[in-house]
Design a protein around this ligand. Structure first.
Ligand code: DLL
Length: 440
């Protein structure tokens, strides 16, 4: 249902659902959860075996709190059922499949019914409206099209909202700049690292993106810091908003910030149930505590997913948001537990290093982290890049490296090897950035 209050404030794609009372959310969740568990148990051999092994039946669920008795699902469960055995519907009744890139081992394949695709488009439209994108806006979609869920997920969401989509996909950065300039899109959709690449190429081409009509950006698919947000807002002249999702659960649009607060991403609780668990003990943690995000789908027909361990580390808050949306907020995801580095006892995420680097005088915001071993100990190196106007004399590079090393040590508390490189020497991203190179 499309409810428009005023042309630009208070706009919501589905006001009734987005502003439900907490009690109404709990009621809808309990009912849909039962349906989803039953669907998984009755139709997917993997879930039947896993529930039987844990000694639970869908009927044991009396309230959402009983979900803690049900088994988790992990990525290898999806791989073990490659390609289509995790689906709850016959293949010929599905409407689409997507898959992860699968850099290690087999990719994970996910499936959607026609109804699932409709709900995905609705949730993505909801997310985009919350981010300040409006029906009629021209939307430049630079998320990759194909098996990755970013391109098509954003595409159909934008169409559902009533936008005009430019389906440019990732890559061909000069052409991206030309199209942004010539078409005058109001919104840019891409990964934050690719947006940075676009900003840089535009500057080289003499195009001032900040002066163009583009005023909103929906960035996600990878962690990015608030410092990077400030940098992108400034260089692109946009208000950028964080969108979260994962293919195993749906794709982009599982959660999204509102442009009112930009402080935590509203997770759409009428379609997903969010839990935070302690990744060591696997026990659910109370609201507000930091741990691993676990998601159960409530309305997915083709591929219900029960208690999926995302590996993403974050916390939830159910404090009211000034935008009026009642759905729980997922605080920004700093990183995945497999990205966390432990350097001499200090836990470090790549995004913390990013926070220190972005905005340092004389430095470009491009960086890459190397993980390596020195004897038995884990160490990290950070490649940074200086701005062209500093020149690239060896002594300038060395001085910059020493300065960055000092900042990282004093702010994060870890000692690392810093290499300052000449402009253009750190690889640029066209989709998800490779922030960490593992040399161990
Ligand atoms: O990245 C879906 C997506 C596309 C989200 C476009 C947003 C925009 P996957 O390729 O399956 O799906 O990767 C999912 O990416 O578990 C997180 O670790 C990470 N991730 C996604 N969004 C964010 C975000 C898409 N906003 C994995 N902040 C997730 C931090 C994110 N990490």
């Amino acid at each position: 249902m499309l409810v428009v209050n005023k042309p630009d404030t208070g706009f919501m794609f589905d006001r009734e659902a987005e502003t439900m009372s907490r009690a109404a959310i709990a009621e809808v969740q309990a009912e849909r959860l039962r349906w989803s568990l039953e669907r998984a148990y009755e139709n997917v051999p993997h879930y039947r075996a896993a529930f039987d092994k844990a000694g639970v039946k869908p009927g044991d669920l009396k309230s959402a709190a009983d979900l803690a008795r049900f088994p988790f699902t992990v990525k290898t469960d999806l791989r073990d059922n490659y390609p289509f055995r995790i689906f709850a519907m016959p293949l010929d009744q599905l409407a689409r499949v997507h898959a992860s890139s699968g850099t290690t081992g087999k990719p994970t394949v996910v499936g959607y019914s026609k109804g699932d695709l409709g709900r995905w488009a609705d949730l993505m439209a909801r997310s985009m409206a919350g981010a300040g994108i409006r029906p009629g806006d021209l939307v430049h979609n630079a998320y990759g099209y194909g098996l990755f869920t970013g391109g098509l997920g954003a595409h159909y969401g934008a169409e559902r909202l009533g936008c005009v989509v430019v389906p440019v996909s990732g890559g061909g950065t000069e052409r991206q700049v030309t199209l942004l300039n010539d078409f005058g899109a109001k919104a840019l959709l891409s990964t934050p690292s690719y947006a940075l690449n676009i900003a840089e190429v535009a500057e080289r081409m003499g195009v001032d993106i900040a002066a163009l009509p583009v005023h909103r950006a929906l960035f996600g698919a990878e962690p990015w810091s608030n410092e990077m947000r400030a940098e992108l807002d400034r260089r692109l002249g946009v208000k950028s908003v964080d969108v979260y999702g994962l293919s195993e659960i749906m794709g982009p649009g599982v959660a999204c910030e509102c442009d009112t607060e930009r402080n935590g991403l509203h997770g759409w609780e009428d379609h997903f149930l969010f839990e935070i668990i302690d990744p060591e003990t696997l026990e659910p943690l109370p609201m507000g505590e930091t741990g691993e995000l676990v998601i159960t789908t409530l309305t997915k027909e083709a591929m219900p997913v029960v208690r999926y361990r995302t590996r993403d580390i974050t916390r939830l808050t159910d404090e009211p948001c000034s935008c009026g949306r009642s759905h729980v907020r997922i605080m920004r995801v700093d990183g995945r537990d497999d990205d966390m580095m432990i350097i001499r006892g200090v836990n470090v995420y790549p995004s913390q290093i990013e926070s220190v680097l972005v905005g340092l005088a004389g430095l470009s915001p491009h960086y890459q982290i190397r993980r390596f071993r020195e004897g038995p100990l884990e160490s990290i190196g950070v490649d940074v890049e200086i701005l062209p106007d500093l020149g690239s004399a060896p002594e300038t590079l060395a001085a910059k490296a020493a300065e960055v090393r000092h900042h990282i040590k004093s702010i994060i508390g870890v000692t690392c090897e810093v290499v300052a490189k000449a402009p253009g020497e750190v690889p640029r991203s066209e989709g998800k950035a490779v922030r960490v190179v593992d040399l161990r």
